[in-house]
Write a protein that binds this ligand. Sequence first.
Ligand code: HEM
Length: 147
Amino acid sequence: MYAWLVVLHVLGAAIWTGGHLVLATTVLPRVLRERDVPGLLRFEEGFETIGMPALLVQIVTGILLALHHVPDMARWFAFDDRAGVLVFVKLLLLAATAALALHAKQKVLPGLDAERLPAMAWHIVPVTVLAVLFVFVGVAIRTGGLV
Ligand code: HEM
């Protein structure tokens, strides 16, 4: 069971973090250069169908893995245990990701035009940085290294 959870979690990470890295480093610079709003929306639409389920899988498997490492949920918020603190950091990363995604969906994406592409970039880049931090913190929980 534990091994399957890790497989699903790593697959989800490949999709969520990998997809955002492709978006931020290849699609976004071209979209900004060519002011290609439809190009960005096309990528977003395609990515959403696999990216959102992947994020959902991350949340469910992440919580089950966190319970595997730190079974007492109270210790996720007690700051007296390294793994517990790292789980808490993952929850903070999740809250920041959700806030940025929700803000983009409600305030930036509706009626997006070329003038507001930089505002969209200011959501995509931080979400990508957060996606990479998820990986660092996750590997730190498993290995005890990195952070
Ligand atoms: C998009 C969101 C996330 C990404 C990209 C992500 C990525 C990763 C990666 C790459 C690992 C390393 C796996 C390994 O070395 O075995 C990992 C481990 C872990 N993640 Fe996440 N994670 C995400 C969300 C979450 C959430 C929401 C939680 C729960 C609070 C969580 C809890 C954990 C735990 C406990 C581990 C250690 C698992 C283990 O190796 O035993 N993750 N994560």
